[in-house]
Ligand binder design. Structure first.
Ligand code: G6P
Length: 612
């Protein structure tokens, strides 16, 4: 996690770096720091806390320089503190580094360096790097960095400056993202992701693992660690500044929730050919036949993306009769799972950078398997390393709690399930037509729910005093219950558990009393499981529990059983997760807002988990 920014150019780059850090704060925000080379000397400031505090410090005692590196931290090794904040230095402050990732063999390297007399000032793994550079430096920063990076094990996206070579920045990556922004005026900005550079340029270069970029004033070169020069084409960032600003909303999360009519439209745009009654998925075109013939599909993901994978399991099995498994990436990568080369694997990731998901992808590929991606961030590592895939086109998601990416993932997965259902002869033309029409209706339905946001806010405000919630759903909406509970935990710090409704009797029912509200997804009135969910509601009521029901418009009967009812428009069951999750997103948002939580930057979390 952590965000890094570096600038080399003609002017003072401190403001650009501070602005960049603010855009990267979703990656971590427990401490921050910045260093410049000024008059052949490294000068630095650090704070415990947010980038805003660093900005304050900068105002009081400004650093200035045209060679700058900066960092916002999510602590892994060492508590959040000024000492542990980056940049880190060697003994004589001749080299400064900002780093995102983990140096796994730091303990042995640190022991070795300490025996040689190096003095460490932090508890971080990162600090071994500047000391190693100091130890090996013989007048060539690039060669020294290449040597040092071949000694370290682990992951890094890093940028290094030195007082000894004040016209140069060296940046490198392995397992943590790093991009280079190329400005028209010859300035360069390196950063953990494009949000930190898009204000200045849309022309970027994506670095690959074990590559080092050397930036001089007005030119750059990319090398491998063993010093082979690499030619790399530039890419264009496909979105603009407006998409990473709040646009009048108090939080990115609320903006992203309200964006969903558009983002769900974007996820389906050009992919439904209604006149031909079919789904078109250009990114998978070369593989669709073999996908349709496969006997099993495996999804691998983390967090909210894993919940999207769980919904895909229901979609693929119910619609396409295709056996499907869903794995947590963090479990999959280490368990003795046998990679079957006939099985297509799909990784789902908003950021395209989640470390466990990326390593799972690599595990399958190195065993000779095929991996496809359902990814939002264009050009991200996962997008680049998969064999093919489907982009979400949801635009940048900044709020740490994922919302619009989730509904886009489920939209895309629903389309893929429909494609496979048709290709496998499991769906009549009539059924296909009806289902495509229901997918097309989604944006309008979401708009309608969002118009009802104030009434959800009222309900949320009545429930903020409770410390435990249970979320129940069945079938397609069991993963929605998990996602609703996760949203509440993430941003309001209220304990919540998601459960398949009928499993309540196997444990959670023991917890139910008037202090444990139960949120029940009870749409799909025509489904055979609806009556069973209603029985679960009765069971909660009999034990004095308060029920917040998500129900279909027109279902007046449910008012007799539930304490609160949030109505959503009627929709087909297979896409109901996309509809039903919206009120749950709003419920958690408004509860967190009423509790005064820091919604876009919830404590201890980071948007992009680039460490395992
Ligand atoms: C973090 C984020 C979640 C996200 C998960 C997986 O935990 O806070 O919102 O769902 O990572 O991220 P990915 O980018 O791979 O979808």
């Amino acid at each position: 996690m952590c965000g890094i920014v570096g600038y080399i150019g003609k002017d003072d780059g401190t403001e650009i770096c501070l602005k960049g850090l603010k855009r990267l704060e979703y990656r971590g925000y427990d401490s921050a720091g910045m260093a410049v080379v000024d008059n052949q000397e490294i000068k630095s400031i650090k704070v415990k806390g947010r980038v805003a505090a660093l900005e304050e410090k900068q105002k009081n005692n400004p650093l200035k320089g045209s060679l700058v590196i900066a960092h916002t931290r999510w602590a892994t090794h060492g508590v959040p503190s000024e000492e542990n904040a980056h940049p880190h230095f060697d003994c004589h402050k001749q080299f400064a580094i900002v780093h995102n990732g983990i140096i796994e063999n730091y303990a042995s390297l640190k022991r070795w360096l300490e025996e040689k007399g190096h003095k460490f000032t932090s508890q971080t793994d990162t600090e071994v790097i500047p000391h190693l550079i100091e130890d090996y430096y013989e007048g060539d920063l690039v060669a020294t960095v290449q040597k040092v990076l071949s000694l370290v094990e682990g992951t890094y996206g890093l940028a290094i400056i030195s007082a000894k070579e004040p016209d140069k920045m060296v940046a490198a990556r392995c397992g943590s993202p790093l991009i280079l922004g190329i400005c028209d005026n010859g300035d360069y900005i390196v950063a953990s992701d494009p949000t930190a550079v898009v204000e200045y340029t849309r022309k970027v270069v994506y670095l690959n693992d074990r590559e080092v970029v050397v930036l001089n004033h007005g030119s750059y070169q990319i090398f491998t660690l063993d010093n082979k020069e690499v030619e790399r084409e530039t890419s264009e960032i496909a979105w603009d500044l407006a998409q990473i600003e709040k646009g009048g909303f108090p939080h990115f999360m609320l903006k992203e929730i309200f964006n969903q009519p558009d983002t769900v439209s974007n996820a389906m745009r050009g992919r439904i050919i209604l006149s031909e009654n079919r789904v078109k998925l250009g990114g998978l075109i070369d593989y669709l036949d073999s996908l349709a013939k496969s006997e099993r599909i495996v999804f691998v993901a983390c967090g909210t993306s894993w919940h999207a994978g769980l919904i895909a399991e229901y979609l693929f099995e119910n619609l396409a009769s295709l056996p499907t498994e869903v794995e947590y990436a963090s479990e999959f990568r280490y368990k003795g799972s046998i990679v079957n080369t006939d099985t297509p694997y799909f990784v789902i990731s908003q950021s395209g950078e989640t470390a466990d998901t990326l390593e799972s992808l690599r595990k399958v590929k190195s065993a000779g398997g095929k991996v496809f991606g359902i990814v939002n961030v264009v050009g991200s590592t996962i997008a680049r390393e998969t064999d093919a895939g489907i982009y979400l086109h949801a635009g940048p998601e900044i709020g740490v709690a994922s919302t619009k990416a989730f509904t886009s993932q489920v939209t895309v997965l629903s389309l893929l399930a429909l494609y496979l259902a048709k290709a496998r002869g499991k769906m009549s033309d009539e059924d296909m037509q009806a289902r495509l029409n229901s997918v097309l209706a989604l944006p309008k339905i979401i708009e309608k729910i969002l118009k009802n946001a104030d009434s959800i806010k009222n309900i949320a405000e009545r429930y903020i005093k409770y410390n435990n919630f249970l979320y129940l759903g069945r079938g397609y909406n069991f993963p929605v219950a998990l996602e609703g509970a996760l949203k509440l935990k993430e941003i309001s710090y209220i304990h919540a558990e998601g459960y398949p409704a009928a499993e309540m009797k196997h444990g959670p029912i023991a917890l139910i009393d008037q202090n444990m509200p139960v949120v029940v997804v009870a749409t799909d009135t025509e489904d055979i499981i609806y009556q069973k969910v209603m029985s679960n509601i009765e069971e909660v009521r009999a034990r004095g529990g308060n029920i917040i029901a998500i129900a279909t418009e027109g279902n007046e009967d449910i008012k007799n059983f539930a304490t609160e009812v949030i109505y959503v428009p009627k929709t087909a069951g297979f896409i109901s997760p996309i509809v039903n999750v919206i009120p749950l997103q709003l419920l958690s948002y408004y509860m967190a807002a009423a509790r005064g939580c820091d919604i876009d930057k919830p404590r201890n979390l980071a948007k992009s988990v680039t460490v395992e």
